[in-house]
Design a protein. Structure first.
Length: 670
């Protein structure tokens, strides 16, 4: 029988700011039963994290305050408790995994000390050191005795998140709040974290409030789903009901903006605009300005809540006053078909045997005692107007490949032939003159722009540095054209980066790269930190620019859904080497290397009834300063054989374009 553990009624959390009151959570209600997972889904800025902090009464003071509502945990209203009383509930009854483990862990305390501190919230006493080690082992941290004595900076991203989970579970809480627990993690680590949460939930019977904007994570974890927009819940349903028939226009838009192989050759549906400011007093529907179905009533009156069959929705389309209106999903799919750029015959970039080794210095005399083999002999080629996706886990050397190609770090060996020029043999002055032909779009749109420079100054900087663009008036005209090209208004050039959303900042970065009219752009995880709706806008923009300008992209990512949608060819990288490559459909539909299969199996799917076995990779990527003998992947490979530990495998060709380095496929005789 379903037993309600947490019941939230009309919760309202506001913040006082110099510009006015921000109604971050404005009348939220939901329930979570014991042993169930409720996913809270929505874009950044919708109030999801503030809602979670409100449950624990951790709203930042003195600006924030809970102004109304009830939070009932087993019938006890937590909002009526004093801070001293709440301390006894936090940890023991309710615990939280925060979004960014790097900033949530104390850098001056060992991991063991922090887990023991969390154990103090529980009712159990005794040997807390032993209990802490057992917890680290339970969350899948290898060699927990050693990790117990290490600090946060000594752990990988996945291990930091596991340590956070161990701390949250230390007191065996009834409710676990997980705020974006897998954001920016590799798909393999994400799969391990989600599997770990499921296993722990089955063992302990705890309930989980999972905050995310990833529909794949929701599909693999949730029993119930609540969709949040602009401080309110706009739809609640079971996972099956929501994924089979979403009702609210906002939810439908989120589903249609997801990239997939089936959408290749067409534009992704996007949600125009952004989440409205929560400082304003809303009169009608909060989604009205971005909705395909909007009519006059939506701007005049706030929609009521409708839940006739248990599938709740806040929308005028389901009022009696909307009888006869078309609520089918035929509306505005913005994904109209377009003709993709077929790619030229010319090979624009040819990389052969590229190596980037960083020396390790030790001692007073700084002697070289070894090398970090970040890139260890890779070869790839990109044709004009095509996209090569370089995929793999963090730490495998993808970003260093991009920097080595552009000579931002100097290769230790190998050849980089770009448009007939051998870059590794050119003096720095000649490489600098060629830089206008290849540009870099960095991962973080926030740190990639100088906060003290206006947008116009950032865009003009490259033109002036390379001596192109003509007079000042000509450069300003070029800037206006660039902003229009990436979908930004002309007045944006007179604003600073902090005045833009994440998606808009990434558009500015792309405009800066386009300013010097390059032939090749290296995109380093350009959408990894963006909401799915903003991601769709950036992917559409990249496709459009490629179709119209014939740009070539080296697209560095670990998001295989984006790869399936955007890439023409794929190269899979592991510990400095490419282990499989080929056309996108060959690699994604018929993967040969065990590592590629593990990456694909780890991607959460939103298809109903998807039954896939997750291939769990034990441990983390080995250190590139001392790679394993033989095949670098063999310590984590579920199909490793004795020969894999001896020599690195040669390349086996399965077609003229598809190849993999693995002893499962002996090289074929020519």
């Amino acid at each position: 029988m379903r037993s309600t553990l947490l019941k939230v009624e009309d919760l309202r959390t506001w913040f006082n700011t110099p510009e006015g009151i921000v109604r971050a959570v404005d009348g939220v209600s939901f329930e979570i039963a014991r042993g169930e997972t409720l996913a809270l889904l929505g874009e950044s800025g919708c109030g999801k994290s503030v809602c979670a902090l409100s449950l624990l009464q951790l709203v930042p003071q003195p600006t924030g305050r809970i102004v109304d509502g009830r939070v009932l945990l087993d019938g006890e209203d937590l909002l009526r408790l004093s801070e001293q009383q709440m301390r006894k509930r936090r940890g023991r009854r309710m615990a939280m995994i925060f979004q960014e483990p790097q900033t949530s862990l104390n850098p001056v305390l060992t991991i063991g000390a922090q887990v023991r501190e969390a154990l103090a919230h529980g009712s159990e006493r005794g040997d807390t050191r032993r209990q802490a080690v057992e917890l680290l082992d339970a969350v899948g941290i290898a060699d927990p005795e050693r990790r117990y004595h290490e600090y946060a900076h000594q752990l990988s991203g996945g291990m930091k998140q596991r340590a956070m989970i161990a701390m949250a579970l230390a007191a065996r809480p009834d409710l676990l709040i997980a705020d974006e627990p897998t954001t920016a993690l590799d798909v393999t680590i994400q799969a391990q974290i989600l599997e770990l949460l499921r296993e722990l939930q089955q063992k302990t019977g705890m309930a989980i409030l999972l905050i995310t904007h990833d529909l794949g994570v929701v599909a693999s974890m949730a029993d119930q789903v609540a969709v949040m927009y602009a401080g309110q819940i706009v739809e609640i349903a079971t996972r099956r009901a929501l994924f089979s028939e979403p009702l609210h226009p906002y939810t439908k838009k989120l589903f249609r903006s997801m990239p997939a192989a089936s959408k290749r050759g067409q534009a992704l549906d996007v949600i125009a605009g952004s989440v409205p400011s929560l400082r304003q007093t809303f009169r009608g529907c909060r989604f009205a300005e971005r909705c395909d179905y909007v009519w006059e009533l939506c701007r005049e009156r706030e929609p009521a809540w409708h839940a006739p069959t248990g599938h709740g929705v806040r929308c005028h389309l389901y009022d009696s006053t909307s009888a006869g209106r078309d609520v089918d999903d035929r509306s505005a799919a913005s994904g109209a078909m377009s003709t993709p750029f077929a790619g030229g015959e010319q090979t624009l970039l040819q990389v052969s045997g590229l190596k980037v080794h960083f020396p390790i210095h030790r001692g007073v005399l700084r002697r070289v005692v070894g090398y970090v083999k970040a890139v260890d002999g890779i070869s790839l080629a990109i044709r004009s107007g095509q996209t090569l996706a370089l995929v793999g886990e963090s730490g495998c050397g993808k970003t260093t490949v991009g920097k080595g190609i552009l000579q931002l770090v100097y290769p230790s060996a190998g050849s980089v032939m770009f448009d007939g020029h051998e870059l590794t043999r050119l003096p720095a002055s000649q490489v600098r003159r060629l830089r206008r032909q290849f540009q870099f779009v960095f991962q973080d749109p926030y740190s990639a722009l100088d906060p003290r420079m206006l947008v116009a100054e950032s865009l003009e900087e490259g033109l002036r540095a390379l001596g192109i663009g003509g007079s000042r008036d000509a450069r300003q005209a070029r800037i206006d054209a660039l902003l229009a090209q990436v979908g930004l208004p002309t007045e944006a050039k007179g604003r600073y980066p902090h005045e833009f959303s994440g998606g808009q900042r990434q558009r500015i970065n792309i405009a800066r790269a386009l300013a010097v009219e390059p032939k090749l752009i290296i995109c380093d995880e350009p959408t990894s930190a963006l909401d799915v709706s903003v991601q769709a806008q950036i992917l559409n923009l990249l496709r459009q620019l490629q179709d119209t300008l014939g740009l070539a992209y080296l697209f560095i990512t670990h998001n295989l859904s984006v790869v399936a949608y955007l890439a023409h060819e794929v190269a899979v990288m592991y510990l400095g080497r490419i282990v499989e490559s080929g056309r996108a459909e060959e690699v994604l539909e018929n993967p040969k290397h065990p590592y590629t299969r593990a990456l694909l199996a780890a991607v959460p799917r939103i298809e109903s009834g998807s039954k896939r076995r997750v291939i769990r990779l034990e441990g983390d990527i080995p250190s590139p300063s001392s790679p394993p003998a033989g095949c670098h992947f063999h310590p984590r490979c579920p199909e490793a054989m004795p020969v894999c530990r001896q020599d690195y495998p040669g390349s086996t060709h399965f077609s003229s374009t598809h190849q993999a380095c693995c002893y499962l496929y002996p090289p074929r005789a020519s």
